[in-house]
Design a protein around this ligand. Sequence first.
Ligand code: AP5
Ligand code: MG
Length: 212
Amino acid sequence: MFFGPPGSGKGTQADRVAGQLSIPHISTGDILRAAVKAESPLGRAVAATLASGALVSDQVMTDLVRDRLQAGDTSRGFVLDGYPRTGTQARALDTMRSPENLLVIHIAVADDAIVRRLSGRRVCDACAITQSVAPGEDAAHEMCPYCGGNLVRRPDDDPETVRRRLGTYASAASAVLDHYRSRHGFITIDGSRRPDAVTADILAFVTSRGGS
Ligand code: AP5
Ligand code: MG
């Protein structure tokens, strides 16, 4: 499970680790954004919350994750990115899988670095890959180097919403960290270094705890 502030690199690292271990990457943010795009009942219910940078309710998120973890592709393990985010969600996850089998990777990055990163984040509207662009570049003129799609800014990446998301994270984070900190399967990793160094530390930790 990956835990950390918005823009700390959870998605980037979760994708790499899931690929390396050949297990699914389950991102609650991606699931919610797909629902908003599809205008499903869930999407209509959460659209305004996502746009504001607040949290969707514990009940909705817990039902969603419980349901997703019942799929057969999770039997060899999974990488969870974006859940749990509150103490209530952390306690709920303990009822879905054995707590002693859970590895919790807390990625720490300072707020000022996050604001810089998220102002340069673009997501391809066709293949959904995440890219970083130099500050000041105009998204309207960028194309995805992999598929030629449009690189667009996530709606919740405007600076004011990023600050709100950082506030939301700060108010819920200590309950989640308190829940996990004393466990054998918990680590805090400095996410301010280059992505390859972060990945190497995560994979070393997972291997040291018997994951492979
Ligand atoms: P979610 O999609 O999970 O957003 P988030 O937690 O705010 O995190 P991000 O996806 O913005 O950042 P990330 O840590 O994945 O970083 P990334 O790898 O992209 O959730 C969105 C919303 O959904 C929430 O606000 C909430 O409303 C709702 N929600 C979701 N789950 C919920 C739950 N459980 N309960 C309630 N509500 C929920 O990297 C960021 C950028 O930095 C990229 O451009 C990347 O290329 C770059 N980068 C990555 N690593 C590095 C590095 N080491 N050095 C330099 N740049 C880097
Ligand atoms: Mg993400």
